[in-house]
Design a protein around this ligand. Sequence first.
Ligand SMILES: [Zn+2]
Length: 250
Amino acid sequence: MLIDSHCHILKNEYSNPDKVIKESFKSGVDKLIINGYDLESSIEAVALANKYENVYAAVGIGPENIDDLKESFIDKINELSKLKKVVAVGEIGLDYYWTKDNKDKQIYVFKNMLKIAKENKLPVIVHCRKAFLDTYNLLKEYNIKGILHCYSGSIEMAHKFIKLGFLLGIGGVITFKNAKELTGVVKEIDLSNFSLETDSPYLSPEPYRGKTNSPSNINLVAKKIAQIKQIKEDEVIDITGNNVSSKFDL
Ligand SMILES: [Zn+2]
Protein backbone atom coordinates (compact mmCIF):
# COMPACT_ATOMS: atom_id res chain seq x y z
CA MET A 1 0.00 0.00 0.00
CA LEU A 2 1.37 3.37 -1.06
CA ILE A 3 1.00 5.77 1.85
CA ASP A 4 2.30 9.33 2.10
CA SER A 5 2.76 9.61 5.86
CA HIS A 6 3.56 13.31 5.87
CA CYS A 7 2.21 16.01 3.58
CA HIS A 8 0.61 19.45 3.86
CA ILE A 9 -2.14 19.55 1.23
CA LEU A 10 -3.64 22.73 2.64
CA LYS A 11 -4.93 26.11 1.49
CA ASN A 12 -1.78 27.99 2.52
CA GLU A 13 0.30 25.70 0.33
CA TYR A 14 -1.95 25.07 -2.70
CA SER A 15 -4.58 27.12 -4.50
CA ASN A 16 -6.72 23.97 -4.82
CA PRO A 17 -5.96 21.26 -2.21
CA ASP A 18 -8.91 19.12 -3.36
CA LYS A 19 -7.43 18.90 -6.83
CA VAL A 20 -4.04 17.78 -5.46
CA ILE A 21 -5.70 15.12 -3.28
CA LYS A 22 -7.74 13.74 -6.18
CA GLU A 23 -4.69 13.69 -8.48
CA SER A 24 -2.70 11.85 -5.83
CA PHE A 25 -5.26 9.05 -5.61
CA LYS A 26 -5.48 8.91 -9.39
CA SER A 27 -1.69 8.49 -9.63
CA GLY A 28 -1.80 5.42 -7.38
CA VAL A 29 -1.33 6.80 -3.86
CA ASP A 30 -3.61 4.82 -1.51
CA LYS A 31 -3.62 6.94 1.65
CA LEU A 32 -2.49 10.37 2.81
CA ILE A 33 -1.79 11.70 6.27
CA ILE A 34 -2.22 15.46 6.05
CA ASN A 35 -0.26 17.19 8.79
CA GLY A 36 -1.28 20.49 10.33
CA TYR A 37 1.40 22.70 11.89
CA ASP A 38 -0.72 25.28 13.70
CA LEU A 39 -4.34 25.52 14.87
CA GLU A 40 -5.80 26.74 11.59
CA SER A 41 -4.05 24.15 9.41
CA SER A 42 -4.94 21.40 11.89
CA ILE A 43 -8.65 22.30 11.67
CA GLU A 44 -8.34 22.22 7.87
CA ALA A 45 -6.56 18.84 7.91
CA VAL A 46 -9.43 17.38 9.95
CA ALA A 47 -12.02 18.79 7.53
CA LEU A 48 -10.21 17.17 4.58
CA ALA A 49 -9.94 13.86 6.44
CA ASN A 50 -13.68 13.96 7.07
CA LYS A 51 -14.28 14.61 3.39
CA TYR A 52 -12.12 11.80 1.92
CA GLU A 53 -12.14 8.21 3.12
CA ASN A 54 -8.41 7.68 2.53
CA VAL A 55 -7.23 10.97 3.96
CA TYR A 56 -6.22 11.05 7.62
CA ALA A 57 -5.25 14.01 9.77
CA ALA A 58 -2.41 14.77 12.14
CA VAL A 59 -3.00 17.82 14.33
CA GLY A 60 -0.46 19.87 16.21
CA ILE A 61 1.59 23.01 16.61
CA GLY A 62 5.06 22.83 15.07
CA PRO A 63 8.25 24.58 16.18
CA GLU A 64 8.06 27.19 13.40
CA ASN A 65 4.57 28.34 14.37
CA ILE A 66 4.79 29.38 17.99
CA ASP A 67 5.35 33.15 17.79
CA ASP A 68 1.67 34.06 18.08
CA LEU A 69 0.72 31.10 20.21
CA LYS A 70 -2.15 31.43 22.65
CA GLU A 71 -2.68 28.95 25.50
CA SER A 72 -6.17 28.26 24.16
CA PHE A 73 -4.63 26.85 20.95
CA ILE A 74 -3.14 23.98 22.95
CA ASP A 75 -6.56 23.12 24.41
CA LYS A 76 -8.12 23.24 20.95
CA ILE A 77 -5.49 20.86 19.55
CA ASN A 78 -6.37 18.53 22.41
CA GLU A 79 -10.05 18.67 21.43
CA LEU A 80 -9.22 18.01 17.76
CA SER A 81 -7.05 15.05 18.63
CA LYS A 82 -10.08 13.24 20.04
CA LEU A 83 -11.81 13.18 16.64
CA LYS A 84 -12.12 9.94 14.70
CA LYS A 85 -10.00 10.62 11.61
CA VAL A 86 -7.17 12.13 13.62
CA VAL A 87 -4.46 9.45 13.71
CA ALA A 88 -1.53 11.37 15.18
CA VAL A 89 -0.32 14.51 16.91
CA GLY A 90 1.91 16.23 14.32
CA GLU A 91 3.66 18.03 12.89
CA ILE A 92 5.33 18.82 16.18
CA GLY A 93 8.94 18.93 17.30
CA LEU A 94 12.08 20.98 17.71
CA ASP A 95 14.04 22.98 15.15
CA TYR A 96 17.29 24.57 16.32
CA TYR A 97 18.45 25.30 12.78
CA TRP A 98 16.27 28.31 11.97
CA THR A 99 14.94 29.28 15.35
CA LYS A 100 17.59 28.85 18.04
CA ASP A 101 16.55 31.92 20.01
CA ASN A 102 13.24 30.49 21.23
CA LYS A 103 14.41 27.10 22.43
CA ASP A 104 12.55 27.27 25.76
CA LYS A 105 9.26 28.10 24.10
CA GLN A 106 9.75 25.34 21.53
CA ILE A 107 10.34 22.82 24.31
CA TYR A 108 7.31 24.09 26.23
CA VAL A 109 5.02 23.64 23.21
CA PHE A 110 6.54 20.28 22.27
CA LYS A 111 6.00 18.97 25.81
CA ASN A 112 2.37 20.09 25.69
CA MET A 113 1.88 18.32 22.35
CA LEU A 114 3.42 15.14 23.78
CA LYS A 115 1.03 15.36 26.74
CA ILE A 116 -1.90 15.55 24.32
CA ALA A 117 -0.62 12.49 22.43
CA LYS A 118 -0.23 10.62 25.69
CA GLU A 119 -3.68 11.57 26.97
CA ASN A 120 -5.36 10.51 23.74
CA LYS A 121 -3.17 7.45 23.15
CA LEU A 122 -1.99 8.73 19.77
CA PRO A 123 1.40 8.37 18.06
CA VAL A 124 3.29 11.50 17.02
CA ILE A 125 4.82 12.82 13.79
CA VAL A 126 7.95 14.68 14.74
CA HIS A 127 10.03 17.35 13.02
CA CYS A 128 13.59 17.39 14.33
CA ARG A 129 16.34 19.54 12.91
CA LYS A 130 19.66 20.02 14.69
CA ALA A 131 17.87 19.01 17.89
CA PHE A 132 18.31 15.26 18.09
CA LEU A 133 19.37 15.01 21.71
CA ASP A 134 16.54 17.12 23.19
CA THR A 135 14.00 15.44 20.91
CA TYR A 136 15.20 11.98 21.85
CA ASN A 137 15.20 12.71 25.58
CA LEU A 138 11.68 14.14 25.54
CA LEU A 139 10.22 11.29 23.46
CA LYS A 140 11.85 8.85 25.83
CA GLU A 141 10.57 10.70 28.90
CA TYR A 142 7.00 10.68 27.59
CA ASN A 143 7.34 7.14 26.21
CA ILE A 144 5.65 7.93 22.91
CA LYS A 145 5.98 6.25 19.50
CA GLY A 146 5.49 7.52 15.98
CA ILE A 147 7.41 8.80 12.96
CA LEU A 148 10.52 10.93 12.89
CA HIS A 149 9.67 12.80 9.73
CA CYS A 150 12.31 13.68 7.09
CA TYR A 151 15.00 11.78 8.96
CA SER A 152 18.35 13.57 8.70
CA GLY A 153 20.50 12.00 11.41
CA SER A 154 23.22 9.41 11.70
CA ILE A 155 22.89 5.61 11.67
CA GLU A 156 23.61 5.51 15.43
CA MET A 157 20.85 8.02 16.16
CA ALA A 158 18.49 6.11 13.86
CA HIS A 159 18.97 2.95 15.91
CA LYS A 160 18.20 4.87 19.11
CA PHE A 161 14.92 6.24 17.74
CA ILE A 162 13.92 2.85 16.31
CA LYS A 163 14.45 1.36 19.75
CA LEU A 164 12.01 3.95 21.15
CA GLY A 165 9.40 2.73 18.66
CA PHE A 166 9.86 5.20 15.83
CA LEU A 167 9.67 4.82 12.07
CA LEU A 168 12.04 7.00 10.06
CA GLY A 169 10.24 9.07 7.42
CA ILE A 170 12.10 9.06 4.11
CA GLY A 171 11.21 11.61 1.43
CA GLY A 172 12.59 13.47 -1.57
CA VAL A 173 15.93 14.23 0.11
CA ILE A 174 17.01 10.62 -0.54
CA THR A 175 17.04 11.38 -4.28
CA PHE A 176 19.39 14.37 -3.89
CA LYS A 177 23.01 13.96 -5.02
CA ASN A 178 24.41 15.08 -1.66
CA ALA A 179 22.32 12.67 0.46
CA LYS A 180 25.32 10.55 1.40
CA GLU A 181 24.59 10.04 5.09
CA LEU A 182 20.90 9.33 4.47
CA THR A 183 21.78 6.83 1.73
CA GLY A 184 23.93 5.04 4.31
CA VAL A 185 20.99 4.97 6.75
CA VAL A 186 18.64 3.55 4.10
CA LYS A 187 21.19 0.95 3.04
CA GLU A 188 22.00 -0.17 6.57
CA ILE A 189 18.60 -0.21 8.27
CA ASP A 190 15.82 -2.72 7.70
CA LEU A 191 12.82 -1.63 5.64
CA SER A 192 10.51 -2.44 8.56
CA ASN A 193 11.67 0.83 10.15
CA PHE A 194 10.80 3.28 7.37
CA SER A 195 7.80 5.20 6.14
CA LEU A 196 7.48 6.99 2.79
CA GLU A 197 6.58 10.66 2.76
CA THR A 198 6.72 13.68 0.49
CA ASP A 199 6.39 16.66 2.88
CA SER A 200 4.48 18.25 -0.03
CA PRO A 201 4.65 21.02 -1.13
CA TYR A 202 8.30 20.95 0.00
CA LEU A 203 11.30 18.76 -0.83
CA SER A 204 10.37 17.56 -4.31
CA PRO A 205 12.43 14.54 -5.34
CA GLU A 206 14.72 14.63 -8.36
CA PRO A 207 14.13 15.42 -11.20
CA TYR A 208 11.65 17.93 -9.76
CA ARG A 209 13.87 19.37 -7.01
CA GLY A 210 12.96 22.99 -6.31
CA LYS A 211 9.47 22.70 -7.79
CA THR A 212 6.18 22.34 -5.88
CA ASN A 213 5.92 18.78 -4.59
CA SER A 214 2.83 16.59 -4.54
CA PRO A 215 2.09 13.09 -3.15
CA SER A 216 2.01 11.87 -6.76
CA ASN A 217 5.83 12.06 -6.67
CA ILE A 218 6.11 9.54 -3.85
CA ASN A 219 6.87 6.68 -6.24
CA LEU A 220 10.21 8.42 -7.00
CA VAL A 221 11.13 8.03 -3.33
CA ALA A 222 10.10 4.36 -3.34
CA LYS A 223 12.10 3.79 -6.52
CA LYS A 224 15.24 5.35 -5.02
CA ILE A 225 14.99 3.27 -1.83
CA ALA A 226 14.51 0.13 -3.96
CA GLN A 227 17.62 1.04 -5.95
CA ILE A 228 19.72 1.59 -2.81
CA LYS A 229 18.55 -1.64 -1.15
CA GLN A 230 18.56 -3.56 -4.45
CA ILE A 231 15.03 -4.85 -4.03
CA LYS A 232 11.80 -4.37 -5.96
CA GLU A 233 9.88 -1.10 -5.71
CA ASP A 234 6.71 -3.05 -4.83
CA GLU A 235 8.42 -4.49 -1.79
CA VAL A 236 9.30 -0.99 -0.59
CA ILE A 237 5.69 0.14 -1.08
CA ASP A 238 4.17 -2.92 0.64
CA ILE A 239 6.42 -2.99 3.66
CA THR A 240 6.46 0.76 4.34
CA GLY A 241 2.68 0.80 3.84
CA ASN A 242 2.29 -1.94 6.43
CA ASN A 243 4.60 -0.12 8.82
CA VAL A 244 2.45 3.02 8.68
CA SER A 245 -0.89 1.19 8.72
CA SER A 246 -0.03 -0.67 11.88
CA LYS A 247 1.66 2.24 13.67
CA PHE A 248 -1.30 4.57 13.02
CA ASP A 249 -4.08 2.02 12.98
CA LEU A 250 -5.32 3.21 9.56
ZN1 LIG B 1 6.24 18.92 7.18
